[in-house]
Ligand binder design. Structure first.
Ligand code: MEV
Length: 322
C-alpha cells in the first residue's frame, strides 16, 4: 500500500494563449490531492472517493475503461488504463482519493489525482518512469477525458514550484522564487473550462488576426513577467497582471464578479490583479505589498469573494507513505 500526494495549480500568466502554443507561467498550490493505492489479489478495480461521492465503485480489471464511467472515477480509471497499456498490471487495484481542496475551486483536482495514481502504480510495481514518460501518460489521461487543454495542470502537479510552461510539456522550466506575495480570491462560481476554451476557439475562428494579436501581446507579458518574478520586482509583476487581465477581458472570458473582485483588490492597494485560469468564475489573483495585504483581503471579501489562505510554489508529487 502506498499514499501519494500532488499539489493543485494556479495559472499566473498566459491562460488560453497557452492552448495555442504560447508560453504561460503556472504555480503549484499547497492544497493537495492524496491517493492511497493498494494492489489486490482479486482482479478487481475498486475506488473510494468521498469528496466526489464515490463509495466502493467496483469493476473487473478486464473492464477498465469500458462502459459508462462515473465522473468522479474517470481520471483515476483512465490513468490506470494508460499506465497498464505500457506496464500491464497483473493485479487488482484499490484506490482511495481524498482532497484538501474542493473540486469547485479550479485548482486542478483531476490532474492531481491522475498524477498521484500513476506515481503510486509506478512505485508499487517498481517501474522507473522518466519525467517525460510520467508527464505524457498523465497528459494523455487528461486529454482522453477532457479532449482539450495545455497540460499545465499536469506539469504543476508533477513538478510543483513555479514553472514557465508551453503546451504538452514542450517547455517546463522551473522559476526559482523565494516568495510570492500572492492573494487568491475564489468567486464562488465553478467555471466550465472546456466550454470557455471552445468560446475562445470560436472567437479565434471568427477574428483570427485580432486574437493572434492578443496572444502575441500576452506572450510579451509572460516573458516580462518571468524576468520580473525572478528579480523579485513584484510591483512590476502586478502591473503586468493588469495588462494580462485587459487582454483576457478582450477575449470575453471575464465576469462581473471577477471584475468586481479585481477592482476591489486594486482599489485597496494591490499592485495588480487578474483572473486565473479559464475565466467564467473560479479564482482571481492579486499581488499586494505587505502593508496592504489585509486591506486587499478585506476588499475582496466585501464584494463577495472568498480569500483562500493557500501557499503557492508548493512541492510537486511525492510519496507520503510506502
Ligand atoms: C484553464 O485553467 C487554463 C486554460 O489555459 C486551459 C489550459 O491551459 O489547459 C484556459
Amino acid at each position: 500500500m502506498i499514499t501519494v500526494s500532488a499539489p493543485g495549480k494556479l495559472m499566473l500568466f498566459g491562460e488560453h494563449a497557452v492552448v495555442y502554443g504560447y508560453p504561460s507561467i503556472v504555480t503549484a498550490v499547497g492544497q493537495r490531492m492524496r491517493a492511497t493505492v493498494e494492489l489486490l489479489d482479486a482482479p478487481e478495480f475498486i475506488v473510494d472517493a468521498q469528496d466526489v461521492d464515490i463509495t466502493s465503485y467496483k469493476k473487473k480489471m478486464t473492464e477498465l475503461g469500458i462502459g459508462e464511467i462515473p465522473k468522479g472515477v474517470q481520471f483515476v480509471e483512465m490513468a490506470l488504463v494508460n499506465f497498464s497499456k505500457k506496464y500491464p498490471i497483473m493485479h487488482g487495484v484499490y484506490v482511495k482519493t481524498a482532497s484538501e481542496f474542493s473540486s469547485q475551486f479550479g485548482f486542478g483536482s483531476s490532474s492531481a489525482s491522475t498524477v498521484c495514481v500513476i506515481q503510486a502504480c509506478a512505485a508499487l510495481m517498481g517501474v522507473n518512469l522518466s519525467n517525460k514518460e510520467f508527464f505524457d501518460l498523465s497528459y494523455q489521461t487528461v486529454l482522453d477525458i477532457q479532449k482539450t487543454g495545455s497540460g499545465f495542470d499536469v506539469a504543476a502537479a508533477l513538478y510543483g514550484g513555479t514553472l514557465e510552461f508551453v503546451k504538452a510539456g514542450t517547455l517546463m522550466e522551473p522559476l526559482l522564487l523565494k516568495e510570492m506575495p500572492l492573494i487568491i480570491g475564489y468567486t464562488g462560481v465553478k467555471a466550465d473550462t472546456t466550454s470557455l476554451i471552445l468560446d475562445v476557439k470560436k472567437k479565434y475562428e471568427n477574428e483570427p488576426e485580432k486574437v493572434k494579436r492578443i496572444f502575441e501581446a500576452i506572450t510579451k507579458i509572460v516573458t516580462d513577467a518571468k524576468q520580473k518574478m525572478l528579480e523579485g520586482d513584484w510591483e512590476r509583476v502586478g502591473t503586468l497582471m493588469n495588462f494580462n487581465q485587459e487582454y483576457l477581458r478582450d477575449l470575453g472570458i471575464s465576469t462581473e464578479k471577477l471584475e468586481a473582485m479585481i477592482a476591489a483588490a486594486k482599489h485597496a492597494g494591490a499592485w495588480g490583479a487578474k483572473l486565473s485560469g479559464a475565466g467564467g468564475g473560479d479564482c482571481m489573483i492579486a499581488l499586494a505589498p505587505p502593508d496592504k495585504r489585509k486591506a486587499v483581503t478585506d476588499a475582496i471579501t466585501q464584494v463577495g469573494g472568498q480569500v483562500m489562505d493557500v501557499p503557492v510554489n508548493a512541492e510537486g508529487v511525492k510519496v507520503e507513505k510506502f
